[in-house]
Design a protein around this ligand. Sequence first.
Ligand SMILES: Nc1ncnc2c1ncn2[C@@H]1O[C@H](COP(=O)(O)OP(=O)(O)O)[C@@H](O)[C@H]1O
Ligand SMILES: [Mg+2]
Length: 253
Amino acid sequence: MNKFTVRADNLTKRFGALLALEGLTLEINAGEIFAFLGPNGAGKTTTVKLFAGLLKPTSGSASVLGFDVSLHPVEAKKAIGLLSDQPFAYPYLTGFEFLRLAGDLYGVTAAEQRLKIPELLEMFALTDRAGDMVESYSHGMKQKLALASVLLHKPKVLFLDEPLVGLDPKSARLVKDIIVALAGRGVTVFMCTHVIEIAEKLAHRVGILERGKLIAMESVADLKKRMHTAANLEDMFLQLTGGTEYAELLKYL
Ligand SMILES: Nc1ncnc2c1ncn2[C@@H]1O[C@H](COP(=O)(O)OP(=O)(O)O)[C@@H](O)[C@H]1O
Ligand SMILES: [Mg+2]
């Protein structure tokens, strides 16, 4: 079996005249934490949607656990958990009901759900609110519920699109600890993030995407060696993606 759990081969996506992703080729190992960085609009979410089968590539291919997402969508989808950048949970279900629904959709047995759902609710500190409708949840609570729902079927590959946005420090720490623990068990974590600090601390490798093109793909340590003029990942990121050219515009303030 192929040791790469996530693979893109010349993956390309156009929206009309806009080339949102251009010839992305990458391979990610089982148990690897990969941080996908890039300015707003670089194409990160588009990439994740291509891997999750929510968009069709214009050309090239995406595969998960050896299953081409276009050719074997069901097998590929079973293998993944996707936390989208706009976490969705049906507002008129309770948190508990939403997890039941997610479990049923992914074919998690009733017995397994009876065991796992209370555990996940407790882990995410949602037990007390499990009987309340999702519409009454804060953004962070919805985010945690959505993450619980994608962990229920024990995916081998997790795509997390900006997983820390809107979380309080304690919840953010929980999510970071979950990421590390899952990777330790062999789960592949593909995470889009703007939070440079978590990429620097957690990721085995980082990829930097700019205007649809992958412009760096290496460990933070290797990136530092290559760009020895930059002190930290934030500096490297800014140097690679055009720096602080807005400085000039501050005069308009
Ligand atoms: N459904 C769509 N239709 C047209 N353009 C889109 C669509 N989705 C994304 N885009 C464009 O593709 C580019 C990449 O977007 P996105 O992948 O969301 O970037 P990121 O997640 O890195 O901020 C942006 O210019 C965005 O406006
Ligand atoms: Mg995005």
